[in-house]
Design a protein around this ligand. Structure first.
Ligand SMILES: Nc1ncnc2c1ncn2[C@@H]1O[C@H](COP(=O)(O)OP(=O)(O)OP(=O)(O)O)[C@@H](O)[C@H]1O
Ligand SMILES: N[C@@H](CCO)C(=O)O
Length: 350
């Protein structure tokens, strides 16, 4: 009997100006408890699921995002099936489609699951290559894997690697197993090497994180399709200037609100997503360090609809105002007071 646990933090990406670049790992977790019992004869993993998304997450291992990612890693290593007698108990604290990296956490959990099941011992960089074949922007998956406040970029790939990385997701993650007695028709495309590169920034210990989570979903795909294909030089420079300052400003103790609040402004994604999140422009304009002492900055978390506020104090009052603004739009919210996790995803053998 082998038992191990995979634990992956949720993440908030962008933090204002860092669209598709920065991510922050936070203290809500997706946890898998995995058992491989050689006395059992099941060939497909027996999945159970509690917590967020329990009514939506498929329990068929060929449909569930996490187990599909695990199978992808195994198949890239020449292992065509899950071990016999495997069962996986999933517990999820990360709400789906709210901008807290639920899909990134599911992908990283699956990649680590595949690595552990195949005893592959892939490096962090190689694990990330696999994750990037599935979630094709690096911010959430990198922060979930590495932990902390992380910046990342994707390498310009050779034409051959670009083709390998552009294969449709249905080929990377097939949704059905081969028929009984058949083999997989085609090997999945192994990821090109060194797709993603990252660095971890500091995070001042005084900075607390408040997530105001509206009770509706915004799919990342929809929020990405709302963005333009090109930007003005002025808007790009606006974001670059702020991001350059923000990554260091958030590491400095004591935090300088005069730098941080302005450095969390964005012109690349938030303005184009406001129609998806009623109340967003009012919230971003009206919750300020003058109205709420202790507030450092406020932004959309990932693709939304969650609002992320960074503060040194006064967290309850900040959360109350934002919740009331959403209420004016007939939107209920949950509030999470979170901390930045220093550790990223973990696998623990029992
Ligand atoms: N634990 C999980 N198990 C299986 N599928 C999951 C899990 N978590 C997320 N998903 C899938 O990912 C979808 C949500 O992904 P989406 O990218 O739209 O939002 P998000 O990752 O929560 O937000 P963001 O990317 O903005 O941070 C869910 O609807 C579900 O299909
Ligand atoms: N950077 C991504 C994060 C969502 O997964 C976006 O804002 O679309």
């Amino acid at each position: 009997m082998r038992q191990f646990t995979v634990k992956v933090p949720c993440t908030s990406s962008n933090i204002g100006p860092g669209f598709d670049v920065v991510g922050l790992s936070l203290s809500l977790y997706l946890t898998l408890k995995v058992t491989i019992d050689s006395n059992q004869s099941n060939k497909s993993p027996i999945l159970s699921y509690t917590g967020q998304g329990a009514d939506e997450a498929p329990l068929d291992a060929y449909q569930n995002l996490t187990t599909r990612c695990a199978l992808y890693v195994l198949r890239c290593a020449g292992i065509s099936s899950f071990p016999v007698g495997i069962s996986i108990k999933v517990h999820n604290e990360v709400p789906f489609g709210r901008g807290l990296g639920s899909s990134g956490a599911a992908v990283i959990a699956g990649i680590l699951l595949g690595d552990a099941l195949g005893n592959l011992k892939l490096s962090k960089e190689r694990l990330l290559d696999h994750a990037l074949m599935i979630e094709r922007h690096p911010d959430n998956v990198t922060a979930a894997l590495i932990g902390g406040f992380v910046g990342s970029y994707l390498l310009d790939l050779s034409p051959e690697d670009t083709t390998a990385k552009a294969v449709p997701l249905s080929e990377v993650l097939p949704e059905y197993p081969p028929d009984a007695g058949e083999q997989w028709g085609k090997d999945p495309p192994a990821p090109p090497r060194g797709i993603g590169h990252f660095i971890r920034f500091g995070w001042a210990p005084e900075i607390k994180v408040i997530a105001i989570i509206p009770h509706f979903e915004v799919s990342t795909a929809k929020a990405r399709s709302a963005l333009p294909d090109s930007y003005s030089k002025q808007d790009l420079v606006f974001n670059l200037q702020r991001l350059a300052v923000l990554t260091t400003a958030l590491a400095r103790s004591p935090p300088d609100v005069g730098l941080i609040f302005q450095a969390m402004q964005d012109r690349v994604h938030q303005p184009y997503r406001k129609h998806l999140i009623p109340g967003l422009p009012t919230i971003l304009a009206s919750v300020t360090p003058s109205s709420h002492p202790g507030l450092l900055g406020i932004c959309l978390s990932g693709a939304g609809p969650t609002i992320l506020a960074l503060a040194t104090e006064n967290e309850q009052a900040i959360a109350k105002t934002i919740t009331e603004e959403f209420k004016k739009e007939s939107i209920e919210c949950s509030i999470e007071y979170l901390h930045v996790t220093t550790e990223g995803a973990q696998v623990t053998e029992e």
